[in-house]
Design a binder for this molecule. Structure first.
Ligand SMILES: *Cc1c(COP(=O)(O)O)cnc(C)c1O
Length: 365
């Protein structure tokens, strides 16, 4: 059996180190907004090459609070990719603004930058490029549009900790970035967690208020804020895991290289990489016309795969007001119907990769 993701293999070698750090927090009796969170914020800002980092409760909250802190809300529009995880759009909806969807490039899976300008209206306030599956979105054309139309660029880096675009870490490319530390992400906590990275000092001050009941000074509330704070135990775990992130991302790149090399002559579409970028392969997503049959075949052969994501956001009941898009978002739908995520994680062995590849070959022949 080859599981889709096996966190055991990632955590087992760090068990002592991590348990010690959790014990340290328990013994300190300080569980919210203490030393660990402060240290993690400094370390993650340094990792992303930004001036600031604010740790929050989740990736969704990170994006939502950035929008709030920029004053984006009712009556405003925010451009998002149509093929992302629903959280990108929900962050916009939470803020009271309207997500405006743009279709992807079918080879990199990231937002098709040539379709963005046509979606800009006088109401547009921001673009949220998603570095989907760990591959940097094409930021330069988006930054150029943002300049010309005076828009904020808010990176959704929830799947791309450590990825590099033209020499710059993702999270440092736009006005602000949201990260997720959901356990399955490239850098994952032992529960929920998220962070905002930015060089914008004013934004960071407002964000710190918004995550903590709208308060900068205890029991003085300037805003009707939220409760969205990373807890000390998550921060302690993340501080340990951050030290290993680059080595893990290297392993993911090796696995991706193996998949690409061994699947290139098979009747299957493998992901294209944008020039001058270094992806971190949160997911390795291939496409096949007979996706459902392939997935079943792999399952029968003991290989677990998943689909990210089977139903586009505009086709979800939660966004039924967008269902009129179904006829014009043909590519988004056809990709949702053909994508398949192969096992991809640090610790996945060479023989296991070979087993996956052989099974896909057998199916295709
Ligand atoms: C995981 C994810 C989020 C949300 O992160 P949570 O921590 O689960 O709230 C947002 N955007 C994308 C692209 C994600 O993959």
């Amino acid at each position: 059996m080859i599981p889709f993701l096996d966190l055991e293999r990632i955590h087992r070698p760090l068990e002592v180190e991590i348990m010690d750090s959790i014990k340290r927090v328990v013994e300190s009796n300080r569980f919210i907004l203490g030393e660990e969170v402060e240290q993690f914020e400094a370390e993650f800002a340094r990792y992303c090459n930004t001036d600031y980092c604010v740790a929050v409760g989740s990736g969704l909250d990170a994006l939502h609070l950035i929008l709030r802190a920029y004053g984006i809300g009712v009556g405003d529009e925010v451009i998002v990719p149509s093929n992302t995880f629903i959280a990108t759009a929900l962050a916009v909806s939470y803020a009271g603004a309207t997500p405006v969807f743009v279709e992807p490039n079918e080879f990199t899976y990231n937002i098709n930058v040539s379709l963005v300008e046509a979606k800009i209206t006088p109401k547009t306030k921001a673009i949220i490029p998603v570095h989907l599956y760990g591959q940097p979105a094409d930021m330069e054309p988006l930054l150029d549009l943002a300049n010309r139309y005076n828009l904020k660029i808010i990176e959704d880096a929830a799947q791309a900790h450590g990825a590099i675009y033209k020499g710059h870490k993702v999270g440092s490319l736009g006005d602000a970035a949201g990260f997720s530390f959901y356990p399955g992400k490239n850098l994952g906590a032992f529960g929920d967690g998220g962070a905002v990275c930015s060089n914008d000092e004013e934004l960071i001050t407002r964000l710190k208020m918004f995550r903590n009941y709208g308060s900068q000074y205890k029991y003085v509330h300037e805003k009707k804020g939220f409760n969205s704070r990373m807890d000390e135990i998550q921060a302690a775990v993340l501080r340990i895991k951050l030290k290993y992130l680059d080595a893990w991302n290297d392993q993911r790149r090796n696995i991706a290289e193996q998949y690409a090399k061994r699947l290139k002559d098979v009747d299957i579409i493998i992901p294209a990489v944008l020039p001058d970028t270094i992806p971190v392969w949160h997911l390795y997503v291939v496409r096949h016309q007979k996706r459902d049959a392939l997935q079943q075949y792999l399952r029968r052969n003991g290989i677990e795969t998943l689909i990210h994501y089977p139903i586009p956001i505009h086709m979800q009941l939660a966004y039924k007001e967008c269902d009129y898009l179904k006829d014009s978002f043909y590519l988004t739908q056809s990709m949702a119907d053909s994508i398949l995520s192969l096992p991809m994680y640090p610790g996945l062995g060479m023989e296991e990769i070979e087993t996956v590849v052989r099974a896909i070959r057998n199916f295709s022949e």
